[in-house]
Design a binder for this molecule. Structure first.
Ligand code: PMP
Length: 454
């Protein structure tokens, strides 16, 4: 019999015959096949039976203003009918120029140049290479290393993986990776009882300062995820750490790379997380929410000082000869402009503050649960961390996959939650309303109860 593309069961079967999914042990699909989605609207995804799933994780943190947002979709259609793509070396186009102009007006002051790429990992590669290359062009060839934070995550390509520190993704590939200096994480889940976030973050900074003192001569840059280590389990820290880091990087002549791929565009309560520490990094990596979740696009923003170090006669061989075929794709740039229009016209950051307060208030009700070790929040990111023993924060054995039980329960109830290990988190699209936030938290509460009852 021929497979019927409108039959959801067939779609899943055909998928499993030919497709290999990201970040997935494909054998898991024997018990829970991939769910074919027919359409999306607002916070909702809909399958072929008409069952809806509330996308509480914004489809890997990319969606901001709802699935199939009509305004963004219209901009995309218009652009597709005008110019879908053009080589970005030797040519340019209006969406990219306008996007670069707009971005430089909304990011921390001093970031005047935009280098486009097409996904988050690629942006991280660009920032690492550019920093190293800057020091070369300035005549310092000793600066070949990077300092990164324990528990950080910057993507899956080899350079990005090297500066990350989530063992599950990294450990196996270590023989392929460059040698990075790892500083302890300021992650406040690990603070001493009674210690404030600020005091803990400052205490952890002392170790970063020591590493900078020891290694500044050989270090090109420090790379961090500002305020929230997302893939590392939504672990959070105080902005004072970023302020101190900026000052120390300047003092030690080391670049600061801020990877705001996950936290940029309003997720932490300000447009960019760096604003909360009033710092401007030397490189700012953006992606995900940049296009409102419609298309892959990323950008590395930097300053005149860096740009000028590459500007010379061709024969001086100082140029940054890095490229991706789809660099600054016009469809993606146009969609990014439509996304920025929504931010500007709908006062998103202020509206989100009210929504975040509701989500946080509701989520904190879970603090009383005997297996909830912590509920933490940074803007529109809320995380609920489960533990086997609440008082000591002793984790469950990872093999028990408690978070996955929450995931399965929530799917049954029509909510897409995808815990990271035993960290259940909420990162909904900004169009979420109060009733939908209540559904997310209530469903998570049921799931947590079921996942921790034995
Ligand atoms: N940096 C951070 C902080 C991220 O969260 C991610 C993606 N989760 C990346 C980089 C990599 O982005 P991409 O998946 O688009 O390669």
């Amino acid at each position: 019999m021929n497979a019927d593309p409108n039959n959801p069961a067939d779609l899943a079967t055909r998928d499993l015959r030919r497709v290999w999914h990201p970040c997935t042990q494909m054998k898991d699909h024997e018990s829970l096949p991939p769910i074919p989605i027919r359409r999306g609207s607002g916070v909702w995804l809909e399958d072929f039976d008409g069952k809806r799933y509330l996308d509480a994780i914004s489809s890997w943190w990319v969606n901001l203003f709802g699935h199939a947002n009509p305004r963004i979709a219209a901009a995309l259609a218009d652009q597709a009918a005008t110019l879908e793509h053009v080589i970005f070396a030797g040519f340019t186009h209006e969406p990219a120029v306008r996007l670069a102009e707009r971005l430089t007006t909304i990011v921390p002051r001093g970031l005047t140049r935009c280098f486009f790429a097409d996904n988050g990992s690629a942006a991280v590669e660009v920032a690492l290479k550019m920093s190293f290359h800057y020091w070369r062009n300035r005549g310092d060839s000793r600066k070949t290393r990077f300092i990164a934070l324990a528990n950080g995550y910057h993507g899956e390509t080899l350079g990005a993986l090297a500066v990350g520190d989530v063992d599950l993704y990294k450990a196996l590939y270590r023989p392929l990776l460059m040698d990075v200096i790892t500083a302890p994480s300021p992650d406040c889940y690990r603070r001493e009882p009674g210690e404030s976030w600020e005091a803990h973050s400052l205490r952890k900074f002392e170790l970063m300062e020591r590493l900078l003192e020891q290694h500044a001569g050989e270090v090109a840059a420090v790379i961090v995820e500002p305020l929230v280590q997302c893939a590392g389990g939504m672990r959070m820290y105080h902005p004072v750490y970023l302020a101190r880091l900026r000052e120390a990087c300047d003092r030690h002549r080391v670049h600061l790379i801020a990877d705001e791929i996950a936290v940029g565009f309003g997720r932490t309560g300000t447009m960019f997380a760096c604003e909360q520490a009033a710092v401007t990094p030397d490189f700012l990596c953006l992606s995900k929410g940049l296009t409102g979740g419609f298309l892959p696009l990323s950008v590395v923003m930097t300053n005149d000082e860096v740009y000028d170090a590459f500007y010379d006669e061709y024969t001086a061989l100082r140029a940054f000869l890095h490229s991706h075929s789809y660099t600054a794709n016009p469809l993606a740039c146009r969609v990014a402009l439509a996304t920025l229009d929504i931010f500007a016209e709908e006062n998103t950051i202020a509206v989100n503050r009210v929504k975040a307060a509701h989500l946080g208030r509701r989520a904190r009700e879970l603090e009383a649960h005997p297996h909830v070790a912590e509920v933490r929040q940074c803007g529109m990111i809320v995380a609920v961390e489960l533990a086997r023993i609440k008082a000591t924060r002793e984790a469950y054995p990872w093999q028990e996959r408690r978070g996955r039980r929450v995931h399965r329960h929530a799917l049954g109830r029509g909510v897409l939650l995808r815990p990271i290990g035993d960290v259940v988190y909420f990162m909904p699209p900004y169009v979420v309303d109060e009733a939908q936030m209540d559904l997310i938290v209530d469903t998570a509460a049921e799931g947590i109860e079921l996942a921790t009852c034995d």
